[in-house]
Write a protein that binds this ligand. Structure first.
Ligand SMILES: Nc1ncnc2c1ncn2[C@@H]1O[C@H](COP(=O)(O)OP(=O)(O)O)[C@@H](O)[C@H]1O
Ligand SMILES: [Mg+2]
Length: 599
């Protein structure tokens, strides 16, 4: 999904509010209060120049048509007007304070809701989304969610405050002198045209800026993950250059965005000064003519500021608005990415499995037009232990992915105990499957917590038993804090074989009726491997087990072997049967024996 320039801006803004609008609905009463505060503060601001006018025209120059001012004691009048001024300012700032506070509270709370929803949504998304890198996704979840916060209430608040101030000012000014007022307003259409011209390029620049930032984050993220490879291949210099290039582009995008914003704001400023000059020049001449009170001109000058300030603020806020819009769209992209895995309508919880698995004419590929399987059919009986054998890239892991519903088939069905797995709620179904993936992921938590991961109510005793079965107990005990040792990120303070054994313990603890293991003995020495296979024999009894086997030692515990070649099932049978006939199995077996002999 990419930034689509063909959709008109108004449509995109509407889309954004359609999705994000509901997040502020729970706070509607507080928003109402905030707007009342806003009204008070704007009204008070509009009253502010009046005491000054009365002071000048009425008390000092005696040029007012209000008789009661002249009649009053001038000293009391001065005192009263000063008090009025103070009261107005206090009212304005108190209301302003509450208005700011309320809007900020609502904005932060609603954003946290958006953040949580986005996070939850991310958890449902297919792995390896083509349009986003993890680094970029992190930026979307942090910076972008924060930058879009102001879209929720802040801009509505600011825009209405500025428009209200503007309208109130125009109203009061027009009552004072409409000629001067229209003179002051004459620059407004020009400002409007300019902002229209600028807004499009500012939006593109803002989008560019956010995208570039995401790319920089991606490079950093990838480098952190690949540090060992980078150091081993001495690629620090190249990686640094790559980073520098990305950072440079991000910098340029930032500068361009600031330049546009700056140019726009300065144009608006210049135009407002032109407007002020027009009004003051014309007004001063009228005072010289005697057709305008000096007090009126003073008040007018004060209002001129109020007339243009909201326009200037509006243009400044529009620049930020563009940023938030770009961020909002990036968050929206995440939310609008439909989870690829959907339950069929009316999906219910999965019953206790016996464990018969059928692939029924399954076709599937990760990318359109590149099928991994075309019409694959096989059947695994409940309780059987199956070994999947085949060259790498044959589709072994993909079979496990489909069984776990990381992906759904293009065509055909996968049945467990005779029911299409899409008929069950995803989680209730996955809960019954124990799994050791090819890349075993460990969390930065204690060893015990990592093992407990699939069964959080497991007792320490169960955890130990599972670790013993996975041949992990001994090395765990030698860790500084035993089972309470907190692992480094990704378990990087353990060896590959140790990580694998913790992942195995995690799967064993689950005690599921279906066990899927992707090359479970990789990274293990042959003594540990033999020991582990002994336990596996016990543990897999009565469970349907699929083991992707790399070493032929693993194959020996299987009841049956399925041999895959480029997504097709080419042979099946027991180890002895398959060895007796010519074919892929024997070729692979002989190649491995040869390897061993040479070693
Ligand atoms: N996430 C993915 N996106 C695109 N293609 C993939 C993905 N994962 C695997 N493949 C492709 O699917 C085919 C089967 O892969 P896999 O099932 O992982 O093989 P293996 O038998 O080694 O486990 C390979 O050609 C691989 O390139
Ligand atoms: Mg694999």
């Amino acid at each position: 999904m990419s930034f689509n320039r063909d959709i008109p801006a108004s449509q995109r803004i509407r889309n954004l509010y359609h999705v994000f609008g509901p997040y502020i609905r729970p706070y509607i009463r507080r928003i109402g209060l905030a707007y009342i505060a806003l009204g008070i503060s704007v009204g008070a601001a509009a009253l502010r120049p009046w005491p000054l006018k009365y002071l000048l025209d009425g008390v000092i120059l005696h040029k007012t048509k209000w008789q009661w001012i002249e009649a009053a004691n001038p000293h009391w009048m001065v005192l009263g007007l000063c008090v009025a001024l103070v009261v107005i300012v206090i009212g304005e700032s108190t209301a302003g304070y509450f208005q700011k506070l309320l809007f900020a509270q609502i904005g932060h709370t609603a954003t946290t809701d958006v953040l949580e929803r986005t996070f939850t949504h991310l958890q449902t998304l297919p792995r390896g989304m083509k349009w986003a890198h993890s680094g970029d996704l992190i930026v979307r979840l942090t910076t972008d969610v924060k930058t879009m916060r102001d879209l929720l209430v802040e801009y509505q608040q600011k825009f209405s405050a500025y428009l209200l101030t503007f309208a109130a000012t125009v109203f009061v000014m027009a009552r004072l002198n409409w000629t001067l007022t229209s003179l002051g307003l004459s620059v407004v259409p020009v400002i409007w045209i300019i902002s229209f011209r600028f807004s499009r390029s500012m939006r593109v620049a803002a989008r560019q800026k956010r995208t570039r930032e995401g790319m920089v984050a991606s490079v950093v993220h990838e480098n952190l993950n690949g540090l060992a490879v980078i150091q081993a291949f001495a690629q620090e210099e190249n990686e640094r250059r790559r980073f520098r290039e990305q950072a440079q582009e991000s910098l340029e995008a930032n500068v361009e965005s600031s330049r546009l914003g700056g140019a726009f704001n300065r144009s608006v400023e210049v135009l407002s000064i032109v407007g002020t000059a027009l009004v003051l020049g014309f007004g001063a001449m009228k005072v010289l003519d005697g057709s305008l009170h000096p007090g009126d001109l003073v008040v007018f000058a004060a209002y001129m500021n109020d007339l243009y300030k909201p326009i200037q603020n509006l243009s400044e806020v529009s620049v930020k608005f563009m940023d938030s819009l770009a961020s909002g769209e990036r968050v929206l992209e995440v939310l609008e990415t439909a989870p690829r895995i959907r339950d069929l309508p009316g999906a219910g919880p999965a019953p206790q499995f016996h464990g018969e698995i059928i692939f029924d004419h399954v076709s599937f590929g990760y990318e359109p037009d590149r099928p991994v399987f075309d019409d694959l059919t096989f059947r695994i009986h409940a309780g059987e232990t199956i070994a999947l054998v085949g060259a790498s890239g044959a589709g072994k892991s993909t079979i496990l992915n489909l069984l776990l519903r990381f992906q759904d088939p293009w065509k055909g069905r996968i049945l467990i105990d005779g029911t299409d797995i899409r008929h069950w709620k995803l989680r209730s179904f996955r809960r019954q499957i124990g799994v050791v993936l090819q890349e075993c992921f460990l969390f930065r938590r204690s060893v015990a917590e990592n093992i407990q991961y699939g069964k959080s109510d497991a007792s320490p005793h169960e955890v130990r038993a599972a670790a013993k079965a996975a041949r992990a107990h001994e090395f765990i005990q030698q860790l500084p804090a035993g089972y309470d040792t907190v692992l480094d990120e990704l378990g990087s303070n353990l060896s590959g074989g140790q990580r694998h054994r913790i992942a195995l313990a995690r799967a064993f603890l689950r005690n599921a009726s279906i066990l899927l293991m992707d090359e479970p003995t990789s990274g293990l020495d042959s003594v540990t491997e033999t020991e582990l296979l002994e336990t596996l024999k016990d543990l897999t009894r009565g469970k349907t087990t699929i083991i992707v086997a790399h070493h032929f030692a693993t194959v020996e515990i299987a009841n049956r072997i399925l041999v895959l070649d480029q997504g097709r099932l080419v042979q099946e049978g027991t180890h002895t049967d398959l060895l007796a006939q010519p074919g892929l199995y024997r070729t692979l077996y002989e190649a491995q024996s040869e390897e061993k002999r040479l070693a």
